[in-house]
Design a protein around this ligand. Structure first.
Ligand SMILES: Cc1ncc(COP(=O)(O)O)c(C=O)c1O
Length: 372
């Protein structure tokens, strides 16, 4: 293979609209307004219109989660249910507030939160559930509401900006707009990525969103009037300017990823030794990641094979959170066997929107050669 194929290639992704990005960013640089202002408000309005729910910008996706939990009054001793199979930030914020992370398991085919597992760990201290829309498709929020009708759900939508519920009560609604809060990350490699850190919070509950907005600004409702403990978490105008440009290209970027994923799915359909990702019946899939399962201890051999032939792969995530040193004090209360087995067999392959047809073919051929 000629040139190595990385997981993502941001300069190549930006190339078709690089001059628009440059102009937008430079215009902020020359304006002298580097905090807040109309550029940020404009992005918030556009994101809200895209998602169909009011949005506030914050510093990053981790802050977004923490602020959402603070706005829900999560305090020391409260229990917050969170999947053991997700990025650490989803659970970290629980610990930071002195609350207790209560692990639940995930569905082994869709990788998202398992409502039955949630049911098994509910208690009278359960104060919230964090549902992660992992890898780009929606978690089953309706099923969560059925098992825990009175518990607020925070949708961690860091990986699924643009994913949509396709059936059920929330058909047609965007991921991140149906729970008490939806939280988003604009980490550069995400579906909608900034040129640095960025995040957002969405909610259709105006008083909750106003509270989150105040918390994100040192707990102020009015300048120098601090009503509650808050944090300093801002989406800056340079990022907002870049995100406003990139939001225009999001639908075509998602379509490109969906098309590439479709090609992978048909090319790999009849291979033995590899399990393909499943799209849940109630969601579309935006393929933030295209994640295969290679069981029976063969995953690492497959990763080396791909690497030797110039195709990058990544393992999201090699250690479930309950096995991480930082979270060892949150002891499991239910079986986390799916999370444990997924950590040993998942592997993601490149699926970004700027992959060339020849690269897609090269990836397909390399995977197919390994499993044939
Ligand atoms: C599921 C999930 N939640 C939260 C975050 C945190 O987002 P950020 O890196 O913007 O703080 C990430 C980022 O990787 C994520 O994947």
């Amino acid at each position: 293979m000629s040139k190595p194929i990385p997981m993502v290639d941001l300069p190549k992704i930006h190339a078709p609209y690089q001059s628009d990005l440059d102009k937008a960013v430079l215009s902020v640089v020359h304006s002298g307004g580097y905090i807040g202002g109309t550029v940020v408000q404009d992005f918030e309005a556009r994101a809200a219109s895209y998602l169909g729910a009011p949005v506030i910008g914050v510093g990053n996706g981790t802050d977004a989660l923490q602020i959402a939990l603070m706005a829900l009054d999560i305090k020391a001793g409260d229990e917050v249910i969170v999947p053991a199979f997700t990025y650490a930030a989803s659970a970290e914020v629980i610990g930071l507030l002195g609350a207790v992370a209560v692990w639940c398991d995930v569905n082994e085919s869709t990788f998202t939160i398992d409502p039955d597992s949630v049911k098994s760990v509910l208690s009278d201290k359960t104060a919230a559930i964090i549902a992660v829309h992992l890898y780009g498709q929606c978690a089953d929020i309706e099923a969560l509401e059925n098992v825990a009708p009175d518990i607020p759900v925070v949708e961690d939508t860091a990986q699924a900006f643009g994913a949509v519920f396709t059936t059920g009560k929330y058909a047609g609604r965007n991921a991140g707009t149906v729970g008490s809060f939806g939280t988003f990350s604009f980490f550069p490699t995400k579906n909608l990525g900034a040129l640095g850190d960025g995040g957002a919070i969405a909610s259709t509950n105006s008083s909750l969103l106003a509270k989150a907005k105040s918390i994100a600004s040192h707990g102020q409702s009015k300048k120098y009037h601090h009503d509650q403990l808050g944090v300093n978490s801002r989406l800056d105008p340079i990022q907002a300017a870049a995100l406003t440009i990139k939001l225009n290209y999001l639908p075509q970027a998602l379509n490109a990823k969906i098309q590439i994923a479709g090609q992978y799915l048909s090319a790999f359909e009849s291979l033995n030794g590899v399990v393909l990702p499943l799209t849940a019946s109630f969601s579309n899939h935006t393929y933030h990641q295209f994640t295969l399962r290679v069981p029976n201890g063969k995953r690492d051999g497959f990763a080396s094979f791909m690497n030797d032939r110039g195709v990058a792969t990544m393992i999201y995530y090699p250690i479930p959170l309950h096995k991480q040193k930082a979270y060892a004090h949150f002891e499991p209360r239910t079986s986390l066997s799916v999370s444990e087995s997924l950590s040993n067999c998942v592997i993601s392959i490149p699926v970004h929107e700027a992959l060339e047809p020849s690269e897609v073919l090269a990836i397909q051929t390399t995977v197919t050669t390994y499993f044939s």
